[in-house]
Design a protein around this ligand. Structure first.
Ligand SMILES: Cc1cc2nc3c(=O)[nH]c(=O)nc-3n(C[C@H](O)[C@H](O)[C@H](O)COP(=O)(O)OP(=O)(O)OC[C@H]3O[C@@H](n4cnc5c(N)ncnc54)[C@H](O)[C@@H]3O)c2cc1C
Length: 394
């Protein structure tokens, strides 16, 4: 096996699953993560399709089942919390032959992290500052000042990837913004919602809450913005202010969700965007997950596709005995058409994602009622089955 020493930038879903598979296939991964510890937080993920299959191969399904949120229904509510339509979640699970879970992103991240081999080196609280590569190696300088060399470097550092910026160019040329911002965070001392995911809309805004089953409530907010907003990705106070301006007068439980936002420890805020790149690698450096092919929240598949990409990249490296030229090409060639389809499907959904008028909200509620017709729900679930992708055994 050649090129065994591999640096991964980012300990998100993509980075941690890649480290898992690389180690299993005989490589020596090192992870560098900018945050001082594993990042928690994030929304509830519909976990099914190819990502579910990868989790099964990782041997973590039993642990994931233990933290399944077992949501019973998605309820559309009005200002007074009266229900105007719903979707039966348990029925969806049955239609997926029970190979579906609803997981908090943070539970998925923690379980994958726990599954990592203990001798994998993980550097927290640092980031790559400079990158140079030649025929032999990739040399990196960290923000902390130290320099090291690796055989390969993989950028798994998300939508605003630093590796992508340093090696492939600035974000704007790869980002397709879809006109929405989203935020999620955990709050305490809020009435328990039981197993219901309650969603409230006014034109151009959507707020949802659900309980984690352990005494905490998750808030999940989306608003439209035709133009991209200008703010610092690392300035959480600035992001909270944007959210307050958007939702203070939105009604329902929004004022209370906002008033508890300041004490949250896992605030997440970002645009709903996709990343589209023609090439996912340059010599000894490749990208995975959101860094190269973010499908966005609109696809409902960001985390599961990141796990699939990690499995395939590690598998191709194993199959090519570490020959990165063969492996990177094969990884891109096998996954790119499938991701393109997922991105296109998400794109079609973009316009109607958050209704922009009261009529649109009414129409959306009617459409979800149609989901109770078995044929309709079967058709709508088809894209989640990922039939267009055959996972190889490596
Ligand atoms: C805490 C958190 C909450 C999230 N919540 C939501 C949500 O509510 N809705 C939604 O649509 N998506 C959310 N996401 C994004 C979602 O998890 C991803 O779309 C999906 O899981 C694909 O994962 P990824 O590993 O490619 O990227 P990400 O999950 O974004 O992971 C990237 C990792 O790289 C790290 N990183 C970033 N920059 C650097 C750097 N310069 N150097 C080193 N490390 C770096 C990040 O801290 C993170 O751990 C969230 C991501 C995180 C990290």
């Amino acid at each position: 096996m050649k090129n065994k020493n591999i640096l991964i930038s980012g300990a998100g879903i993509a980075g941690v699953s890649l480290a898992f598979w690389l180690k299993k296939f005989g490589f020596q991964p090192t992870i560098i993560e900018i945050s001082p510890k594993l990042r928690e937080g994030g929304y509830a993920i519909d976990f099914m399709g190819a990502g579910y299959d990868v989790a099964e191969k990782m041997g973590i399904l039993a642990d994931l089942e233990k933290v399944d949120m077992d949501i019973s229904k998605l309820a559309f509510v009005d200002e007074n919390n009266r229900e105007h339509g719903s979707m039966n979640y348990r029925k969806i699970k049955r239609l997926m032959n029970n190979r579906a879970l609803t997981l908090l992103r943070s539970d998925l991240a923690k379980i994958m992290y726990k599954a990592l081999d203990k001798d994998i080196e993980i550097i927290f609280g640092d980031t790559i500052h400079k990158i140079a590569q030649d025929d032999e190696k990739v040399s990196v300088t960290f923000r902390s000042g130290s320099s090291r060399s690796f055989d390969l470097l993989i950028g798994a550092d998300g939508l605003h990837s630093k590796v992508r910026n340093l090696v492939f160019g600035n974000e704007a040329q790869f980002e397709k913004y879809y006109g929405y911002y989203t935020s999620s965070y955990t709050i305490e001392n809020f009435p328990d919602e039981g197993k219901v995911f309650s969603m409230y809309n006014i034109p151009n805004k959507q707020a949802a809450i659900y309980s984690d089953g352990k005494g905490k409530t998750m808030a999940f907010l989306i608003f439209t913005s035709p133009e991209k907003l200008s703010y610092d990705y690392h300035d959480v106070d600035q992001q909270k202010k944007i959210l307050k301006d958007q939702f203070t007068n939105a009604g329902w439980k929004c004022p209370e969700l906002l008033s508890k936002m300041d004490s949250t420890t896992d605030f997440y805020f970002d645009s709903i965007s996709q990343i589209k790149m023609v090439k996912w690698y340059k010599d000894r450096i490749a990208l995975i997950g959101d860094a190269c092919c973010c499908p966005s929240l609109l696809s409902g598949k960001g985390s599961t596709l990141a796990m699939v990409g990690a499995y395939m990249l590690a598998g191709e490296l194993k199959q090519a005995k570490g020959d990165y030229k063969v492996a990177f090409e094969q990884y891109e060639h096998s996954l790119q058409p499938f991701i393109a389809k997922k991105q296109k499907a998400a794109q079609r959904f973009a316009k109607s994602f958050v209704p922009k008028t009261n009529f649109g909200i009414w129409l959306r509620n009617i459409a979800f009622k149609a989901m109770s017709i078995p044929l309709v729900s079967k058709l709508l679930l088809n894209p989640f089955k990922d039939r267009g992708l055959k996972l190889k055994e490596y």
